[in-house]
Write a protein that binds this ligand. Structure first.
Ligand SMILES: Nc1ncnc2c1ncn2[C@@H]1O[C@H](COP(=O)(O)OP(=O)(O)O)[C@@H](O)[C@H]1O
Ligand SMILES: [Mg+2]
Length: 292
C-alpha cells in the first residue's frame, strides 16, 4: 500500500523520472560541517559583525573551510565584505522557495578573496520568503534540508540571522548544531537574550533536539562604562554563567570602518583591537569544534 501510494504520488506530480528534471544532484563531499547560527532578537548587537569576522577568522587562522550564509533580508553580510566577494552565486530565496525541494545552498554561494571562505550573496527577496515560508508544510525544515549535501563540503557553516524570531530565524535554529548569541551591554539586549534562549529551548524540545548553545558573547563593550559593564556581566553571569564566553568584543571603530569599507577587519586593520578580539573568539570556537 505504502509503495503503491509513493509511486502514485510520483506519477501524479510528474516526478517519476526526477533525475532528468531537477537540478543535477550535487556530489557529496567528505566533510561534516558544524552549523553555527548567530542569533539575537535585537538589532545592532553585532550579529553581522560577529558572523563576518568569526567566519573569516576560522578560515584564515584555523584552516577550516567555511560557508557564511546570510538569511537576513537586509543583506548586511554582503555589504560588510562586498569588496572581497567574487562575482557569481545566486539568490538564497530561490533555494528556500523552490516548490520541488532538493536544492542546495551551495549552488548559490560565491567565493571570496579569503581562501576557504564562501558566502551567499545579498538577496532582498528574502523579505518575501519570510512570509511565503509561513504557508509551506514543513516550513521550519527547509533550510536544514537545503544544507544536507552542502554540509559535506564545509567544516563550518555560519548563519547570520535577522533581528527577530520569525520564520527565517526559526529555520536557521532548526538547521543549527550550535547557537552563538551576541549581546551588547544594554538592558534591552539582556531581555532579548532571555527571549532567544526561550526560543532555543522550545526548538530543542520540538524541532531540533541536537541544538546547543555555543555561548553568549558580550559585544560593543565600552571600556569607559565600568559600572554598566559590571552590572550587565554580573546579571548575565547569574543567569547564564555556564555559557557566557570568556572573551568579549570591545567597542572598536575599526570594526565599523571595515564594514563600511566592505572588508573584514583582518583585511582592513589586522592589528586593531577588534581584529584581536575576533581572532581570540575564533580560537575559542575552533577549540570547541575540536571537542565535538
Ligand atoms: N565592537 C564594535 N565596535 C564598534 N562598532 C561596532 C561593533 N560591533 C558592531 N559595530 C557596529 O554597529 C552596527 C551594528 O552592528 P551589526 O553587526 O550590523 O549588528 P546586527 O547584525 O546585530 O544588527 C554596525 O554599524 C557595526 O559596524
Ligand atoms: Mg545584521
Amino acid at each position: 500500500m505504502r509503495s503503491l501510494l509513493k509511486s502514485g504520488i510520483r506519477r501524479i506530480s510528474g516526478t517519476e523520472d526526477s533525475s532528468t528534471q531537477s537540478t543535477p544532484t550535487l556530489p557529496s563531499g567528505n566533510k561534516d560541517a558544524t552549523v553555527i547560527a548567530i542569533a539575537a532578537q535585537k538589532g545592532g548587537v553585532g550579529k553581522t559583525t560577529t558572523s563576518v569576522n568569526l567566519a573569516s577568522a576560522l578560515a584564515r587562522f584555523h584552516d577550516l573551510k567555511v560557508l557564511l550564509v546570510d538569511v537576513d533580508p537586509q543583506g548586511h553580510v554582503y555589504t560588510a565584505i562586498k569588496k572581497q566577494v567574487h562575482a557569481g552565486g545566486g539568490a538564497l530565496s530561490s533555494i528556500l522557495t523552490d516548490e520541488r525541494g532538493g536544492r542546495e545552498v551551495m549552488e548559490i554561494s560565491a567565493e571570496t578573496m579569503v581562501e576557504n571562505l564562501h558566502v551567499t550573496p545579498c538577496d532582498p527577496r528574502l523579505a518575501g520568503t519570510e512570509d511565503l515560508l509561513g504557508t509551506r508544510i514543513g516550513k521550519e525544515f527547509i533550510l536544514r534540508d537545503s544544507l544536507r549535501t552542502t554540509r559535506t563540503h564545509y567544516d563550518v557553516i555560519i548563519i547570520d540571522c535577522p533581528p527577530n524570531l520569525g520564520n527565517l530565524t526559526v529555520n536557521a535554529l532548526v538547521a543549527a548544531d550550535l547557537v552563538l548569541v551576541p549581546c551588547d551591554p544594554s538592558p534591552l539586549a539582556v531581555n532579548g537574550v532571555d527571549a532567544l534562549i526561550g526560543t532555543v529551548s522550545t526548538i530543542a524540545n520540538r524541532l531540533n533536539p541536537n541544538i546547543d548553545i555555543l555561548g553568549l558573547l558580550l559585544t560593543r563593550v565600552d571600556g569607559r562604562n565600568i559600572t554598566l559593564n559590571e552590572a550587565v556581566r554580573n546579571q548575565l553571569e547569574a543567569a547564564y554563567g555556564e555559557v557566557l564566553l570568556p572573551v568579549q568584543i570591545g567597542i572598536n571603530n575599526s570594526l565599523s570602518k571595515a564594514q563600511h569599507a566592505g572588508f573584514d577587519v583582518f583585511e582592513h586593520d589586522p592589528t586593531c583591537r577588534g581584529a584581536q578580539n575576533y581572532e581570540a573568539l575564533s580560537g575559542i570556537v575552533a577549540e570547541h569544534l575540536k571537542q565535538l
